[in-house]
Design a protein around this ligand. Structure first.
Ligand SMILES: [Zn+2]
Length: 294
């Protein structure tokens, strides 16, 4: 979820969805008001020894403290940089050395440019970088990976892994093996609880659950989700089942030749998707993907 995304959705909202446009306009207006005024202050919660979750306006940030500096996962919006740094300084007087992005949305990687200016190295999946460049989003990482990369600092280890397409085409799940914690980015949310499939940037409903199946093979007990409170293995298992049930329902509707409006209404009424742009922007691509499933 991001401003860039909302602009994309705005362009892609079609005349067929005209009934919903009033609500959509109200939704985007709320977003732009928030953009001007901002911002929820950030707070920090201990997850495990040496590992913290910083919550605030943007996506959840993980902070691993080591004797040689910190490793962050994600850095919220550009306008949240000071709030994030304020929390980091309470955890350690050492510098941030690395930020690992979970994907390109600017509520997760928006402070990249300021991090780079402060000599922090940004690491992301190569497709996340490609998306950032295409979206003209500042702060593209100088270091990217294809499938996996490990970062070792101060005797601690963090692993970033790409398990295929899902929320976007460049998702990374970050694993803290010693702490048995993962940061899923927006592949898993605890608030809101509806997935956003960013088709314009490589997302896929079919591949999403395959990625989660791989994530579930990791040895973890605690999850820092993209947004919302901490969760655990059972939370992710339920999310995956709910996602699959939603996808099967829509796939069935598509096979029965139901209209785009019927699909939209089902997503809104039965699966709680936002009436605004989030549901509308995904429906054409979602239907198209479901049509191509054998
Ligand atoms: Zn996102």
């Amino acid at each position: 979820m991001s401003r860039t995304l909302l602009r994309t959705i705005g362009v892609r909202a079609s005349a067929a969805a005209i009934v919903l446009l009033g609500a959509w306009a109200a939704f985007t207006q709320t977003q732009s008001t928030q953009t001007k005024t901002a911002t929820r202050p950030a707070t920090t919660q201990k997850v495990k020894d040496g590992l913290y979750m910083i919550s605030g306006e943007g996506g959840n940030v993980a902070a691993l403290v080591t004797d040689e500096g910190l490793i962050l996962v994600d850095d919220m919006y550009d306008r949240n940089y000071a709030a994030v740094m304020g929390q980091v300084k309470m955890l350690s007087d050492k510098p941030i050395r690395y930020v690992l992005n979970t994907h390109q949305h600017d509520d997760h990687s928006g402070s990249n440019a300021q991090m780079l200016a402060a000599s922090v190295e940004i690491i992301a999946h190569r497709n996340a970088r490609i998306n950032m460049i295409a979206l003209k989003q500042p702060g593209a990482p100088r270091i990217t990976f294809n499938d996996e990369m490990d970062v070792h600092l101060g005797g601690k280890e963090v692993r970033t892994r790409h398990y295929g397409r899902g929320h976007t085409g460049g998702d990374a799940v970050i694993f803290f093996p010693e702490q048995k914690v993962i940061h899923t980015g927006d592949l898993f949310l605890t608030r809101p609880t509806q997935p956003y499939i960013d088709y314009a940037n490589g997302g896929s409903a079919i591949e999403w659950t395959k990625a989660l199946d791989e994530v579930l093979k990791l040895d973890f007990d605690t999850i820092i989700p993209g947004h919302g409170p901490l969760s655990d293995r059972a939370g992710l298992v339920k999310w995956r089942a709910d996602f699959e049930a939603m996808r099967n329902r829509i796939q069935g509707m598509v096979r029965q030749g139901k209209s785009k409006d019927e699909v939209s209404q089902t997503l809104i009424k039965d699966f709680g998707w936002p009436v605004g742009g989030l549901a509308i922007g995904q429906v054409d691509a979602f239907i198209s993907e479901m049509k191509n499933v054998r």
